[in-house]
Design a protein around this ligand. Structure first.
Ligand code: NAD
Length: 398
């Protein structure tokens, strides 16, 4: 997932860089006649990239592609919670990339805090909203522009699809976009499902059967179940499940093994809306299914919560799709699949509101690290006499 997408993005940037780097002509008003104008891409300068531990190669190198493409020099601070990947980056980047243009600095929060005290021309941050606020405050001191790639709760609205083929595909994609995506430890993992009451029991049965098929009778033995990154996050997730009303809502899974940082892929139906599992980003293999009277109620449900990085909807109802697009706000909307949008170079990736701001991938990455300089070039040939003082009645009446 990580290496493949990075290779794809490098090749895409190499194939398009000449065009991205070229100046673009712009039209001007008649008052500037005769003139020409162009937009000239200019590197921002020295950029800082701070990345998160999940997908530690991809989320470090993907922004770096944009930074280098746009002609910047960059310092990369990978996450200390993925020490193997962090040291691979630190140990290899200086060999394969220009050591004067790209540096990797390893360390945790204190190293990050020290880096943030310096003046940067751009800070690109991937991580939690909590640390995002720290990054933005530090950037404000130097008026440094920032991109914040944050997380949140990505809902998946699941309609009762008519055809069994569609249903089966939807179930696989939902589980792939939850348990398959680093055991739900992904910013674009499905956080919870919204489904109509009349369809919930069928949906849950299908989710259970497919989960068992993907991860086996004993998921602890399965090579496909990722572990939780560390004890702190393990206990955070365990605490969600330890709330009695939440525990009572478990319909599948629910087992864990602290020594191995293992949590079984778990499905819950209607945990209390005020419980931590429904108010905080889950970031783990726990999948609540929330029942609604009508599928259309999902729009109000989503609107009453912070803006998500992505809204997923599994439906063939075109009217409903239009309503999701026009009546909700999120970084992106994906219909009938999950996570796949991350691999696209032609559409921007990024959040809005609580899920962050600024966008990247493909040309959007180049633009993210570029200042588009406006260059206007006028000839001395003609002039409009009324542009200049003295201001008199004759000119004012024009
Ligand atoms: P985090 O915010 O804890 O850490 C991210 C980075 O910030 C790390 O490099 C870390 O060393 C650094 N950091 C930690 N504390 C800091 C501090 N006090 N000051 C300065 N820097 C500090 O996030 P995480 O646990 O690594 O990642 C999980 C979060 O990231 C989730 O919320 C997830 O949704 C989000 N995320 C978003 C995206 C996206 O593309 N939008 C991708 C992956 C993860």
């Amino acid at each position: 997932m990580q290496v493949g997408t990075v290779i794809k993005s490098v090749n895409y940037a190499l194939g398009n860089l000449n065009q991205w780097m070229s100046s673009k002509k712009a039209k001007l008003p008649i008052v500037a006649f005769p003139s020409t104008a162009e937009l000239v891409p200019e590197p921002l300068g020295l950029v800082l990239i701070i990345s998160s531990w999940n997908f530690p190669l991809g989320l470090s190198l993907e922004p770096l592609i944009g930074a280098i493409s746009a002609g910047n020099v960059a310092v990369l601070k990978p996450s200390e919670l993925a020490p193997a990947c962090s040291s691979v980056l630190a140990g290899n980047i200086h060999t394969y990339l220009d050591n004067k243009a790209v540096k990797v600095i390893q360390g945790g929060a204190s190293v990050s805090e020290q880096l943030l005290q310096h003046k940067w021309d751009k800070i690109f941050f991937t991580g939690s909203a909590q640390v995002g606020r720290i990054v933005m405050s530090a950037a404000a001191k130097h008026l440094t522009p920032v991109t914040l790639e944050l997380g949140g709760k990505c809902p998946a609205v699941v309609d009762s699809l008519a055809s069994s083929w569609d249903r089966e595909a939807a179930i696989k994609r939902i589980l792939g976009g939850k348990f398959g995506a680093c055991a739900g430890q992904a910013c674009i993992a499905i956080d919870y499902i919204l489904a109509e009451k009349t369809y919930t029991s069928t949906l849950v049965e299908q989710l259970k059967v497919a989960t068992k098929k993907m991860f086996g009778e004993n998921p602890k033995e399965s090579y496909s179940v990722a572990r939780i990154v560390n004890k702190r996050h393990f206990l955070r997730l365990k605490n969600y499940l330890d709330e009695p009303m939440v525990r009572a809502s478990i319909v599948y899974g629910g087992s864990f093994d602290e020594d191995n940082l293992f949590i079984e892929p778990t499905i819950l139906v209607d945990p209390p809306p005020t419980s931590a599992i429904m108010t905080e980003e889950i970031f783990g293999p726990l999948l609540p299914v929330i029942t609604l009277s009508k599928i259309e109620d999902s729009i109000q449900f989503i609107k009453s919560r912070p803006k998500a990085l992505t809204i997923y909807a599994f439906t063939n109802n075109e009217t409903f799709k239009k309503r999701v697009i026009s009546e909700t706000s999120s970084g992106s909307v994906t219909f009938n699949d999950a996570v796949i949008q991350y691999a696209a170079d032609t559409i921007p990736f990024g959040g809005t509101g609580e899920s962050g701001f600024g966008k990247y991938h493909g040309k959007f990455s180049f633009d993210n690290f570029t200042h588009e300089k406006a260059v206007l070039s006028r000839s001395f040939l003609t002039d409009f006499w009324f542009r200049y003082p003295p201001w008199n009645d004759h000119k004012l009446q024009l």
